[in-house]
Write a protein that binds this ligand. Structure first.
Ligand code: FAD
Length: 437
């Protein structure tokens, strides 16, 4: 065990890259461990069409590293004219993601922060002693390697490190069911200009509501689908779709994920037929790529010193130790076929915040109970399954990632538990780094 790091971050999705960059920029010797061959997590490995909004006014709530990455992506992205003139213009609103550009940006940002990066490295185990994680074991193509650190951050999206360390875990609803997953995909050629004209004439938006409604009336909407599609155009001539639900996935079970991948690919021709027939611009499109991996919206949640709940969402909760503010509505995808219930639609459409409203996320949601040197960030933070519907989206993961990385570096500096980080000092540090608090 040659090097002892200050901070090891497991998982290089939105939360992990922000955590690693924040820890390294705060002066901590940081290692980021990622199982895939590129950074970005579900965004790049799951072909996500878009970042969710960074706020609900012209002033974004998610700033700091999240905004820095959004601006870097904007600078590299050649968006079709649609976005320049559309009321949906993606400044801090939905922003189309060119996954290849994002991969390069994340490589550059993470490495230039001073963080060491290990791709193709799958964390499989950890050694824990009296509530302190001493080291993690990583499976690489060449075999097992062990890395030690003073503080660890779990950003695996599945709570792998937290589960290995014995933290209290919750998953799914009272029956253990999680939200459905989706195999996102890209189609081309796509006549973006034709779509723009259609959008102008009909008011069609990025959720293809008009096209879906017409297909439903014709009985031609893909079987089993109850929710509208998400479409984006990160570059002219192609479109990316978040469309098609796969139910009953256990995100921790390889056999279940295998079934989901197979099912997801099998449904693509039917989804394409709907697009060709109902979405002007898609008539000649073929499926260019999918995934590469099926996206799972929900997995382990790691119980921390505070559990953020739907009641907190409803009361626009604020906390003395808030490390971020966010406002995205509770967005739950059906757990079973045909169950895009009134309740979920009510939450998404009718309980959304007015411009300027926000909820706070306490630092205590990032500190798993029972372990002194572990933090979490991203979609696994301590919340209930309803609140997960809001905190799981990318901008919020950037924010919790930056907070955990900054806090980890502070704990290293003071040689103390993550629990003794002073939230006021943490908030001041995040503010200095450009975060909105
Ligand atoms: C189908 C789908 C559509 C979505 N649409 C949107 C959208 O339009 N806009 C939006 O903002 N959000 C969207 N989301 C939500 C968002 O993509 C995720 O919630 C977000 O990416 C979570 O970020 P994260 O960093 O917590 O985890 P992830 O993105 O899951 O990243 C976790 C990373 O950890 C790595 N990892 C896992 N286990 C290990 C291990 N043992 N060792 C090493 N590395 C490991 C993974 O390879 C991955 O890179 C969508 C999600 C899904 C599934």
């Amino acid at each position: 065990m040659a090097v002892i790091y200050d901070v090891i971050v497991a998982g290089g999705g939105p939360a992990g890259v922000a955590a690693a960059m924040a820890a390294a920029r705060s002066g901590a010797k940081t290692l980021l461990i990622e199982a895939n061959g590129s950074l970005g997590g579900t965004v790049t490995n799951g072909s996500l069409p878009a970042f969710c909004p960074f706020g609900n006014t012209d002033e974004p709530l998610i700033r700091g590293i999240g905004l820095e990455l959004l601006e870097a992506l904007r600078a590299e992205t050649k968006l079709p004219a649609y976005y320049a003139d559309s009321p949906e213009k993606p400044l801090y609103n939905w922003f189309p993601v060119d996954g290849e550009a994002l991969k390069r940006i994340l490589d550059e940002k993470v490495l230039s922060s001073g963080c060491e990066l290990l791709l193709h490295a799958h964390l499989v185990d950890c050694e824990t002693e009296e509530g302190v994680i001493r080291s993690v074991t990583v499976h690489t193509p060449g075999g097992m390697e062990t890395f030690a650190a003073k503080v660890f951050i779990d950003c695996t999206g599945d709570g792998v490190l937290s589960a290995e360390a014995g933290c209290e875990i919750q998953m799914g609803n009272e029956e253990g069911l999680v939200q459905s997953g989706t195999l996102c995909f890209k189609i081309a050629p796509f006549d973006t200009e034709r779509f723009i004209r259609y959008a102008e004439e009909t008011g069609e938006g990025g959720n293809l509501l008009h096209a879906c409604t017409r297909a439903m009336a014709d009985g031609a909407f893909p079987a089993g689908e109850t929710k509208v599609a998400g479409i984006s155009f990160p570059y002219p001539g192609a479109a990316v779709l978040n469309f098609g639900h796969i139910y009953g996935i256990d995100p921790l079970n390889a056999a279940s994920l295998t079934r989901a991948e197979v099912e997801g690919r099998k449904m693509l021709p039917e989804l394409l037929r709907f697009l060709q027939n109902y979405v002007p611009g898609a008539e000649k499109a073929v499926i260019v790529s999918s995934g590469p991996a099926v996206g799972t919206r929900e997995s382990r949640r790691v119980m921390g010193d505070y559990v953020l709940t739907k009641e907190d969402f409803f009361r626009r909760a604020d906390f003395d130790d808030a490390i971020a503010y966010y406002c995205y509505p509770i967005d739950i995808h059906a757990l079973r076929p045909g169950e895009q219930t009134k309740e979920w639609n009510e939450l998404y459409y009718n309980r959304r915040y007015q411009p300027g409203e926000a909820y706070g996320i306490p630092y205590r949601c990032l500190t798993p109970k029972g372990i002194k040197n572990l933090l979490t960030a991203g979609k696994i933070i301590s919340c209930d399954p309803i609140m997960l519907g809001s905190v799981r989206v990318v901008p919020c993961c950037f924010a919790t990632g930056q907070a955990s990385g900054t806090a980890a570096a502070m704990a290293v500096r003071s040689d103390s538990s993550v629990r003794s980080v002073d939230p006021k000092v943490l908030r001041d540090s995040l503010k200095r780094a450009g975060c909105f608090l």
